[in-house]
Design a protein around this ligand. Structure first.
Ligand SMILES: Nc1ncnc2c1ncn2[C@@H]1O[C@H](COP(=O)(O)OP(=O)(O)OP(=O)(O)O)[C@@H](O)[C@H]1O
Ligand SMILES: [Zn+2]
Length: 656
């Protein structure tokens, strides 16, 4: 092994590598590469954890896995395969989630360094919080297609994974999804919700029926029929969708006509909605069959790429509905299906329903392949990017072991070389911690703007604390009282779940104290009452409460940082000068790195502005939909960086 051959590494490093203990979190695309690099460079004491089993689709890039391993634990197989490279290494594998209470601060404290190779924000945040508390350096990495990113997170020295609040993820207001879709993605989201209503975990926020509480529908929505049928949340109850579907034995014609004819006619009665929009055209099952000669294209690859005719789509709808009914029928009464883009029937169902709805609303229909990408937030994984990124991770680990933290600047792997001929681009400075960070600041706090009359305690826990703020098991008390709003002890506060915040006297200005014992994380939340408009998300999280305070003395302050006092490249003003807000809909998407489009710009290293243009702008956060490379620059969420890149080399040398 490299580290055992004298002269490959300097003596000090060679010893440190051999004596260190490393944790790798995730044994997927990057994790496999990291593990191989670790054993080949002589790391002797390694632990690796992954909750998943090997899927056929992993084999093209997760080279520690082979066909015969499909269905087996990723962590265990990665361990076995890596040991073949270096049988003398000690590798311990855990087939488990890092977010369980088996892996607390004590567990993390055993390691010299932790290397993240994850694919979701919740787990990344969790490891971030534990490494901060355990004071263990963390190397965070991620790739999205040809882009990659590696950064060191070290308490007190660098920004943490959450120092820059996640950019607003694309979330869609319920009334757009339920009443007035205008883009294919609205129909796809609706179809995924429909899958859950019929077969998955039911969630009242995913109602697919017309929303009669839509503020834009105004009084007109209150016509006699609607008033009778809408419950206080504005949902048209009729019978619970799943109960009704079961009653009619998932009859394709009945379900089709209810969703695509009756409900659409219902929407048409809300005349206000259609004053400035093209009204939808209800579709009837029997009309779908008429004049339809094309058979389903049998070859699944060709079928995937094609936009099917409406007749074909209706057939796919009926077939997938039948298959899902059978699959659900095999489960126990309390069990449910889980939507999975790789499940043929689930994907067929969502693609068919999305396209039927798109057709009704005059929205372009999409191929199954396109819908799968959008529904599964898929950015293709590129083995080479993973390999390069994992190489950088381990080179950074060397630096950390030698405590050369200044050399651990964040690094970006890019699709094309920039004006400086760099395709691996380091930042010029270590990004310092954000003193207002809602995780690593001395006293973490956020403001949550929400309709306290509507938001329930369950929604506070599931949507805001768990989904948006990435907690695992929060306890919540109302400050200044002894009242426990949410307890992490099972069942202890269930009686609060369906109460609104207001009912529990949590109103404008109240402060909630949140404690996630598992993460050793305490957060203070100031609640501000606000009634969101039609196009607004149900809640808004303001990560820098100071940004809400009136600015008394703006005069004399520089409005823009000059290049000299430049802030690190962030989307949210680390100095608190901007207003970081977050809206989160879906957390299970890949990391996405926002690039500036400097490739097209000429680079003149003498001009500071041009130098800045050569800097990769970053967002470590993940996005629901990555912009295409050829998407106009102004459509990309752009984040600009204002400190210049190192310009002393053409091809970047990471470690000198
Ligand atoms: N909480 C967690 N605990 C442990 N491992 C996790 C956790 N969350 C995600 N992972 C693992 O992180 C790895 C990320 O790897 P990668 O991004 O290559 O994903 P993948 O599932 O292997 O591939 P793809 O998502 O592209 O199909 C996965 O193997 C996943 O199981
Ligand atoms: Zn932080």
């Amino acid at each position: 092994m490299a580290a055992q051959i004298d002269g490959v590494f300097e003596a000090g490093l060679q010893k440190k590598i051999a004596e260190s203990k490393v944790l790798v979190v995730g044994a997927g695309g990057i994790g496999c590469e990291i593990l191989k690099n670790l054993v080949l460079t002589g790391f002797q004491d390694i632990e690796i954890i992954d909750l998943d089993t090997i899927d056929v689709s992993n084999l093209n890039r997760q080279f520690l896995f082979h066909k015969e391993h499909v269905g087996k634990s990723k962590a265990n197989v990665a361990r076995e395969s890596a040991l073949a490279f270096n049988p003398s290494a000690k590798i311990k594998a855990y087939h488990d989630s890092i977010t369980t209470n088996n892996y607390g601060v004590n567990f993390f404290q055993q390691f010299s360094i932790v290397l993240n190779a994850l694919d979701n924000r919740a787990a990344r945040s969790h490891v971030n919080r534990l490494c901060l508390t355990a004071e263990v350096p963390l190397i965070e990495s991620g790739t999205a297609g040809y882009n990659g990113q590696v950064e060191l997170i070290k308490r007190g020295l660098t920004s943490c994974y959450e120092c820059v609040p996640q950019p607003a993820q694309k979330s869609f207001p319920g009334c757009t999804i339920r009443n007035t879709p205008s883009e294919p993605i609205h129909c796809i989201v609706w179809a995924k919700h429909l899958f859950n209503q019929l077969f998955g975990e039911s969630n009242e926020d995913e109602d697919v029926s017309p929303d009669t509480a839509d503020p834009e529908a105004g009084a007109e929505a209150g016509n006699a029929a609607l008033e009778k049928e809408a419950n206080e949340k504005g949902n048209v109850d009729r019978v619970n969708t799943r109960a009704w579907a079961k009653q009619c034995e998932y009859d394709a014609e009945k379900i089709f006509n209810k969703l695509f004819y009756d409900d659409i006619n219902y929407l048409l009665t809300m005349g206000n909605l259609w004053k400035n929009r093209n009204p939808p055209k209800p579709a009837k099952w029997d009309k779908m069959q008429e004049g339809e000669e094309d058979a389903i294209v049998e070859d699944s690859v060709a079928r995937d790429q094609k936009v099917l005719s409406m007749g074909q789509t209706a057939k796919v709808f009926a077939e997938s509905l039948k298959a899902l009914k059978e699959a659900a029928g095999k489960l126990g009464d309390d069990d449910h299906l889980v939507w999975d883009k790789d499940d043929k029937d689930a994907m067929d169902f969502v693609a068919a329903c999305a396209n039927i709805r798109a057709h009704i609303f005059g929205i372009p229909r999409k191929s199954r392949f396109e819908i799968k990408s959008m529904a599964g937030n898929i950015i293709p994984a590129i083995a080479t990017t993973n390999a390069i990124t994992a190489g950088i991770v381990v080179m950074r680990a060397f630096r950390v072991l030698q405590q050369e933290y200044e050399a651990c600047k964040t690094v970006y792997v890019r699709l094309r070389v920039n004006g400086r001929n760099q395709f691996i681009v380091p930042e010029t400075i270590i990004t310092p911690p954000n003193p207002k960070c809602y995780v690593c600041a001395a006293k973490p706090e956020v403001v949550v703007k929400v309709d306290t009359k509507k938001l329930t305690v369950r929604e506070l826990r599931d949507e805001i604390l768990i989904k948006a703020l990435n907690m695992v098991s929060p306890d919540v008390t109302l400050d200044g009282t002894c009242s426990i709003v949410i307890s992490s002890e099972e069942g202890e506060t269930d009686c609060n779940n369906d109460k609104t915040l207001e009912e529990l006297k949590i109103v404008d200005g109240c402060i909630l104290k949140v404690d996630d014992f598992l993460q050793n994380y305490e957060l203070s939340i100031t609640v501000l009452h606000k009634e969101p408009g039609r196009e607004e998300a149900a809640y808004e999280i303001v990560a820098d409460p100071d940004s809400l305070k009136p600015k008394e003395n703006e005069q004399g302050k520089p409005s823009e940082p000059s290049v000299d006092d430049a802030q690190p490249s962030t989307s949210k003003g680390v100095n608190g000068s901007s207003k970081p807000t977050m809206e989160v809909e879906d957390d299970d998407d890949d990391m996405y790195i926002i690039e500036d489009d400097d490739d097209e710009k000429p680079s003149t290293s003498s001009a500071p502005a041009a130098a800045a243009a050569g800097t990769p702008s970053k967002s470590l956060e993940k996005r629901k939909h990555a912009p295409e490379d050829d998407e106009p620059a102004n459509k990309k969420a752009k984040v600009s960086s204002s400190h210049p890149v190192e310009d002393d080399d053409d091809l970047v040398i990471l470690d000198d």
